[in-house]
Structure formats: structure tokens, C-alpha cells
Design a protein around this ligand. Structure first.
Ligand code: 5RP
Length: 217
């Protein structure tokens, strides 16, 4: 049976631009997209991946994985989200891949976000906000996040693909996603915050029971 995540993922195939490199995110929804992409691999030169996990899956299905530095711009970036607000600002990083995801999103002409309806929220912040930090700065960054009103908790045992730690920040009221993204990114020791607001999604595909809702920014 097709799930809502799979339905959203398969709908993203309509945004593929033949003969161009695309970007691929990380997570269970994206895994459905990668599986569906395999049938279209002859239409694209390859993909830039946002994580070691997605790289392995792409390669296993015969889709070439390219270095972003060799590619420059990419046509579309397809990725999931932990939360999406009506303005298509996102919280991401539940899978700890937020930094590479943000880099690939920044290089994409179009960011297509795929999710099921459980990810839609009126205002961001119910999902704890992931922040990737340089390990030696964890305590310092946690104190700064507390000063912003959040309750940061170390995701113990998780090391990102970049060798860093993750703090999950609970209890933040995110009324100004772009402002908070800027503020947290400026804390010394922060690599990236999982707020995708300055570079939000352009298209949000929400998988439902038997249809896909398309929202655009
Ligand atoms: C990984 C992410 C994922 O896109 C996010 O966690 C959603 O995952 P899933 O598709 O498994 O619900 O940001 O860092």
C-alpha cells in the first residue's frame, strides 16, 4: 500500500529537469524519492547527496553521486522536513543531516519539500529545533540557547556526518523564523541551525490519503 510519504515523494518526480543534476536530501520520505528516481536515472547526469546514508542508497540504485564543488548550481533539491509552516519555512535535522541539507538547498534553483500531513504546523517549534555544534562548544552554545528561552538537550550518541554534535532545542516560540535563524547561526560554535527560513522551500508537496496537496511560496 502506498503511504502518504511515498505519495509525496513520487509527486516530486514531476519537477525533475532532464539532463540536469539534482540535489537529494535525507530521511524516510526521501528514501521513497530515491527509490522512485531509480527508474529515471538515464534522464539525469547524477545527484548531489546531503548525507552518507542517501549517498549509499543512490549508489546502490545506480545513480551517480557527484561532488557539489564540481557541479555548482543544481536544478532542483528534493528533501523532507520535520515541520513546515504556511510560509514554507521549515524545521529540519531530525536525521542530523541539516548542515549538508542547507548547503545543497542553497545551491538549488528550486527546493521541493516532500512530507506527509503530520509535518504541517501553523507555527514552527513543536518539533525540537536541531542545532549542529562543534563538540568543544556544546556547553557554551547550550547556555546561549537557554538565554534565548530554549531548553537545549544533547542528542547523545549521535555524531553528524561532519563529526559534530546535535543539540535539540525544546520550548522555543518561533514567531520570526528568519530572525531566529540568523540569531542562532551567529552563536560562536554553531555550525548550522535546522531552521530553513532565509532559504525556505519553494514548493511543498503534502501527501494525503489518496492525493497530494501542492503549496508554493
Ligand atoms: C534529516 C531531515 C529529514 O528531512 C527530516 O527529519 C524528515 O525525515 P522523514 O522524511 O524521515 O520524516 O531533516 O536531517
Amino acid at each position: 500500500m502506498t503511504s502518504a510519504k511515498q505519495r509525496a515523494a513520487e509527486a516530486a518526480l514531476a519537477y525533475l529537469k532532464p539532463d540536469t543534476v539534482l540535489g537529494v536530501g535525507t530521511g524516510s520520505t526521501v528514501n521513497f524519492f530515491i527509490d522512485a528516481l531509480a527508474a529515471h536515472r538515464d534522464r539525469i547526469p547524477g545527484a548531489v547527496s546531503s548525507s552518507n546514508a542517501s549517498t549509499e542508497r543512490l549508489k546502490a540504485l545506480g545513480i551517480p553521486v557527484l561532488d557539489l564543488n564540481d557541479v555548482g548550481r543544481i536544478s532542483i533539491y528534493v528533501d523532507g522536513a520535520d515541520e513546515a509552516d504556511p510560509g514554507l519555512h521549515l524545521i529540519k535535522g531530525g536525521g542530523a543531516a541539516l548542515t549538508r541539507e542547507k548547503i545543497v538547498a542553497a545551491c538549488a534553483d528550486t527546493f521541493v519539500c516532500i512530507a506527509d500531513a503530520s509535518k504541517q504546523v501553523k507555527a514552527l517549534g513543536r518539533f525540537p529545533l536541531p542545532v549542529e555544534v562543534i563538540p568543544m562548544a556544546r556547553r557554551f552554545v547550550a547556555a546561549a540557547l537557554r538565554a534565548l528561552g530554549g531548553d537545549p538537550r544533547w542528542r547523545e550518541g549521535v555524531v553528524t556526518d561532519n563529526g559534530n554534535d546535535i543539540l535539540d532545542v525544546h520550548g522555543l516560540a518561533i514567531t520570526d523564523p528568519v530572525g531566529l535563524e540568523t540569531q542562532i547561526n551567529q552563536i560562536t560554535g554553531v555550525v548550522t541551525v535546522g531552521l530553513f527560513a532565509a532559504r525556505r522551500a519553494d514548493v511543498l508537496l503534502i501527501g494525503g490519503e489518496d492525493e497530494v496537496l501542492t503549496l508554493t511560496a
